[in-house]
Structures are given as C-alpha cells and as structure tokens.
Design a protein around this ligand. Structure first.
Ligand SMILES: Nc1ncnc2c1ncn2[C@@H]1O[C@H](COP(=O)(O)OP(=O)(O)OP(=O)(O)O)[C@@H](O)[C@H]1O
Ligand SMILES: Nc1nc2c(c(=O)[nH]1)N=C(CO)CN2
Length: 175
C-alpha cells in the first residue's frame, strides 16, 4: 500500500471542471481534498492565473509508479498538450506526484527522472504547500521538513500572500 500527496492545477479552459473531473477520476483513492486556491502563475509569468488544489490518496494496490500513471491519464483526459518551448507554460491540467509513503510511513525517495520523489520543486511552491497544509497541519515534505516552516520562509512570503482561497469552488462535495 502507498499513500501520496498529489497536486492539481490548471489555467486553461474550464479550470474548475478540470479539477473536479480529476478528483472524480481518482475515485475511492481520495481520502482528503483541499480547498481550491487561485494562484498567480509560477515560473512563467505570461499566462493566466491557475486554480490549484491538493489531494491525499491511498490505495492498497498502488506502487509509486502507478500514481504517476494515473496523473498522466488524468492530464490526457483533460486534453493537456505539452509545449516543449514553455516548460512551465499554460495547461488544462497538471497532476504532480508530490510525495509517496509506504504503508509503514517511510517516505519514498528516488532520483528517477521519470518519477522523482519527493517532487523536486514542491518545496518552492506555495501553490502546493498551502493547500497541503490545510489538509495536514503536521505535514512534512520528506527531505525538507515541516510544510508550515517552508511556508513561512522569506522566499515564499510573497507567493503565500498572493494565493486567494476560493471557497466558492468546493471539490469535496462532488458526487
Ligand atoms: N514527482 C513527479 N511528478 C510528476 N511528474 C514527474 C515527477 N518526477 C518526474 N516527473 C516527470 O516529469 C515529466 C514532466 O512532467 P510535466 O510535463 O508535468 O512537468 P511540468 O508540470 O511542466 O513541470 P513540474 O514537474 O515542475 O510541475 C513527466 O513526464 C514525468 O515523468
Ligand atoms: N500558480 C501555478 N503556477 C504554475 C503551476 C501551477 O499549478 N500553479 N504549474 C506549473 C507547471 O509546472 C507552472 N506554474
């Protein structure tokens, strides 16, 4: 069994519908769903704002690699098209595997470029850390410590201040 934190984000098309469809697609694996935040684009400023959220998923049968396979399938279903010229460019849906833990709570740490764990840029991203903290106030990002401490570093202060909660866009009440 593994559990994982997945981040969901998108800034093209019906952003809210893409997040909802992704959560729905994860089915019974979803244990907790964060609120939705509207967030300024990170890494490539010339694009529309994103909607972001985080989910905690658990599956008795899922190896770490299967979370990536599910993430890619959800992105494809949302019609995601990769632009090789813009690494952090706009997209209908991005699903990143932020961290994975084995059944005994041991974090999975690996450098495989296909699936690097924990996600190598998660600690720099308020749009991942803030919704995650909402789900799990005592969350730790393996190798980086407490999520609450990461969010209060000077490096992330401006990004945290720029996040807008969107309680009008709930994910958890979907059928
Ligand atoms: N933890 C991870 N989560 C998702 N993809 C990963 C991870 N580690 C490595 N990858 C690889 O990264 C590749 C590029 O992923 P993607 O196109 O979603 O990147 P991106 O969303 O543009 O950037 P970022 O990964 O910084 O959010 C994927 O094909 C995937 O194999
Ligand atoms: N605010 C925000 N910015 C991003 C996001 C995202 O999900 N939210 N995803 C990206 C893909 O790497 C690049 N930039």
């Amino acid at each position: 069994m593994t559990r994982a934190i997945l981040s969901l984000g998108g800034n093209l098309g019906d952003r809210y519908a893409h997040l909802r469809t992704a959560v729905h697609g994860l089915g019974e694996a979803v244990v907790l769903t964060s609120g939705v935040y509207e967030t300024p684009p990170w890494g490539d400023a010339e694009q529309p704002p994103y909607l972001n959220a985080v989910v905690l998923v658990v599956d008795p049968a899922a190896a770490p690699r299967q979370w990536l396979d599910r993430a890619r399938a959800l992105e494809s279903a949302a019609g995601r098209v990769r632009d090789p010229q813009r690494r952090f460019g706009p997209r209908t849906l991005d699903v990143d595997v932020i961290a994975v833990w084995q059944e005994d709570g041991t974090p999975v740490c690996q450098d495989d470029p296909e699936l690097t764990l924990p996600h190598p840029r998660a600690h720099q991203r308020a749009f991942v850390l803030k919704p995650w903290l909402d789900l799990q106030p005592y969350a730790q990002l393996p190798g980086h410590g407490w999520v609450t401490d990461l969010l209060t570093t000077n490096a992330l202060a401006a990004d945290v201040a720029a996040l807008s909660p969107r309680p009008d866009l709930p994910l958890e009440s979907d059928p």
